[in-house]
Design a protein around this ligand. Structure first.
Ligand code: AMP
Length: 499
């Protein structure tokens, strides 16, 4: 018997090889395995049984990663939560997931005890200390890793849920392991790699895509508590790979220290979780000589598509479907495949896809087609070579006067204008049109362009119905921690614009 995901993460790294360093620790694979074992013992003493959910709302730290591995080792289901969630938000997750243990920051402990009366509560602080760490240090051996099957749940990750309540995607050992293996092969990870890990670990990008890929390969990680451009720049000389969200790259570009020489030892820069502007891709290539590799995935599915390691990395695309992922584009109205090159909803099927939503058979049924495809809710098209272009979320589609407008198409035209930093195009309620195409534009320098100049330029590029009815200016666009533009918030804030 075995615990496939846990075993695989420790199968390659030699016990004396560095696994991760950061926050004043440098742990070998042996150290990390010991940490996970001790934390496993502490979890058992706290009453955690295989299959139990362990909700974790803590700051990123090496020990927090070891806690995730300890949950795998214990056969428990790991439930990561953004530290920014308030007690009221946390109450929803605790009620929904019914964890037997909640691990939280010591400062939150009292509130958490009140909202999770059925669960044990234990603290872990931002420095990796606290009651849980003390219990682990004092614990005796927990015995071997708990047996698990590939179908068993390893984690429940709640979607960010911009509409309605967020749902718990049930991620099996198979989903996480198969995806990690695919990415390790695709991105050519080896034990010689050094990954700069500056992503949060409450989200699939940092927790799975980054950590799993590195551990599976026996590589090492430079663990940074949060993304700071200067800290990343300082680590470049000692690293080979960076994984980030697009904001990492635009902020690195703003730092004079980002040079070709600084990146000379790097072999790969990966971007995902939100669209990378083609201009950012081009500017990064011009400055560093590196073509950022963009990939696409989501909480429920892990990674679905990636630009190739060898071969063309095409800006504005998320590349080709992963080898074991079936990907199709369908008409949302009837589920039929669209004609080649047409826009439709992206659906995926493969070992990477979640087992459904936790205790939510209705939402699970809505998300899957009878033939097993998962409806991503993203709109996209495949070009002639099979490269996927994402044009936005289904719910961001604008219907104006009965005609469909894909925000990305309008944004791409606006972003290409000299003087424009970036833009977000949304539909706002309008008495005549139903929705009015509206652009929110961030300029490189204030006053570089005005609304009339932008509209005049768009008039030659876009059909009339796609042209914004209004162009507004903002200093920046609202974004969540993963760099996604919060269009729902823009729509809410600007709802009354057309009366
Ligand atoms: P999350 O579940 O938080 O990982 O968010 C997943 C969503 O992020 C996807 O459904 C896409 O809408 C978006 N996304 C992820 N990667 C990309 C990308 N490379 N380009 C555009 N959108 C992306």
């Amino acid at each position: 018997m075995a615990n496939p995901l846990f075993d695989a993460l420790f199968a390659t790294g030699r016990a004396d090889a560095l696994a991760l360093e950061g926050q004043d620790v440098a742990w070998t694979y042996g150290d990390l395995a010991d940490e996970a074992a001790r934390l496993h013992a502490a979890l058992m003493r706290l009453g955690v049984a295989p299959g139990d959910r362990v909700a974790v709302q803590v700051e990123k730290s090496p020990r927090a990663l070891a806690l995730y591995l300890a949950c795998l080792r214990a056969g428990a289901v790991y439930l990561p939560l953004n530290p920014a969630y308030t007690d009221a938000e946390l109450a929803y997750f605790v009620d929904d997931a019914d964890p037997s243990l909640v691990v939280c920051d010591p400062l939150r402990e009292r509130g958490v005890r009140a909202l999770a009366p059925r669960a044990a509560v234990v603290s872990l602080d931002a420095g990796g200390g606290g009651e849980l760490a003390d219990r682990a240090a004092a614990a005796s051996s927990p015995g071997p890793a708990v047996d698990r099957a590939l179908e068993d749940l390893a984690a429940i990750c709640y979607t960010s849920g911009t509409t309605g309540r967020s749902k718990g995607a049930m991620l099996t050992q198979r989903a996480l392991l198969s995806n990690a293996q695919a990415l390790k092969a695709l991105w050519r990870f080896t034990a010689d790699d050094r990954l700069i890990h500056a992503l949060p670990t409450y989200h699939v990008h940092g927790l799975f895509v980054a950590s799993h890929t590195a551990l599976l390969a026996g590589a090492s990680m430079i663990f940074q508590a949060r993304f700071e451009p200067e800290a990343v720049l300082a680590s470049l000389a000692d690293a080979t790979v960076l994984m980030g969200v697009p904001t990492f790259y635009s902020r690195l570009l703003a730092a004079p220290g980002l040079t070709r020489e600084a990146c000379a030892g790097m072999r790969l820069f990966v971007s995902g979780s939100a669209p990378l502007l083609a201009q950012t891709h081009a500017a990064f290539a011009a400055r560093t000589g590196h073509a950022i590799l963009e990939r696409y995935g989501m909480t429920e599915t892990g990674m679905n598509a990636s630009n190739p390691y060898d071969g063309a990395r095409r800006p504005g695309t998320v590349g080709l479907a992963l080898p074991d992922v079936d990907l199709r584009i369908v008409d949302p109205a009837n589920g039929d495949r669209v004609a080649p090159g047409e826009v439709g909803v992206i659906e995926v099927r493969g070992p990477n896809v979640c087992a459904g939503y936790w205790r939510n058979p209705d939402k699970t049924a809505e998300a899957f087609r009878p033939d097993g495809y998962f409806v991503t809710g993203d709109l996209g098209r495949l070009d002639a070579d099979g490269y996927l272009v994402i044009v936005g979320r289904d719910k961001d589609l604008i219907i104006t006067g009965g005609l469909n407008v894909y925000p990305k198409e309008v944004e791409t035209e606006i972003d290409a204008l000299e003087g424009v930093e970036e833009s977000a195009v949304i539909g706002l309620p309008h008495a005549d049109f139903g929705e009015a195409v509206t652009a929110v534009v961030v300029l490189k320098a204030e006053g570089a362009l005005d609304a009339d100049a932008i509209l005049a330029r768009l008039a030659t590029r876009l059909a009339r119905f796609k042209q914004p009815k209004r162009v507004l200016f903002a200093e920046d666009l609202p974004r969540n921690a993963m760099g996604k533009v919060e269009k729902a918030r823009l729509r809410r804030d600007l709802a009354g614009l057309y009366g």
